[in-house]
Write a protein that binds this ligand. Structure first.
Ligand code: SF4
Length: 244
């Protein structure tokens, strides 16, 4: 059985990669965890695409997955085709078995308008947790500059809820760094990002942002909620709340 680094070693390992190009961390991640390594792609942000571009250039066999809540924008579903054509890799959809109709029968219509935390737990967190049981580490595109809830993000963390390592190669990058890479390398991004959306999730919970607004202000607008739950560690579990 393959031995992965112990959880208590991850912080020390992360320090080694601080300030280094993400290629170095991703190369280490592949050597350490592949084939038990997966990139969870956010199709609604540019950061995940930057990571995919670097990662698949290093090893095109690392699987790429995304969460399909059944409520993504048509543009996002179309963008998956663009991704597949560009990289020759089809992202794996991760879905709950609970259909939208079943959800409405059990919890009422438009659960996202009343209890978005529960809706995200059902449609995003639970299926992702189930999927990750087969892996030793997952890669994300989150950055410290995206939100206060992410300001302490380490390059390598222990995901206690999932029981696996979490690798955040762009934790120390800024939004400007991301867009510079996109421009320099011709990386495709979700077309909605050029239509006023700064962060794109499900259709009912995403709106364009006004100039000067926080990049995540367009998510769950009207609620105190800022995270879907995928990136909440026990130390910042109070990041979400009900309607403002
Ligand atoms: Fe439900 Fe909105 Fe969360 Fe999507 S983002 S799972 S619609 S609450």
């Amino acid at each position: 059985m393959v031995e992965f680094p112990a959880p208590e070693r991850l912080a020390q390992l992360a320090d080694k990669f601080e300030g280094k190009p993400p290629e170095q961390l991703l190369t280490w991640a592949i050597e350490t965890y592949h084939p038990k390594l997966v990139l969870f792609l956010s199709l609604g942000g540019a950061g995940g695409m930057v990571i995919a571009d670097i990662l698949l250039g290093l090893n095109s066999e690392v699987p790429v997955a995304y969460i399909d809540t059944g409520l993504l924008f048509a543009e996002t579903y179309d963008f998956i085709k663009t991704f597949t054509e560009k990289y020759g890799v089809a992202p794996v959809p991760v879905r709950t078995e609970l259909s939208l109709e079943q959800q409405a029968q059990r919890f009422g219509e438009k659960l996202w308008e009343r209890e978005p935390d529960r809706c995200c737990a059902l449609r995003k967190v639970a299926p992702q947790r189930e999927f990750l049981k087969d892996y030793g580490a997952w890669i994300t595109g989150i950055r410290r500059d995206q939100a206060s809830t992410r300001s302490q993000t380490s390059l390598i963390e222990w995901d206690a809820a999932g029981g696996l390592a979490k690798i955040n190669p762009l934790a120390g990058w800024t939004e400007r760094d991301v867009w510079r890479y996109v421009a320099d390398h011709g990386v495709p991004t979700n077309p909605l990002l050029s239509q006023g959306y700064a962060s794109i999730g499900c259709t009912p919970c995403t709106r364009p942002v006004a100039s000067g607004e926080d990049s995540r202000a367009g998510r769950w607008s009207g609620f105190g909620k800022t995270e879907c739950g995928l990136h909440i560690n026990p130390t910042n579990a109070n990041a979400n709340s009900n309607r403002k």
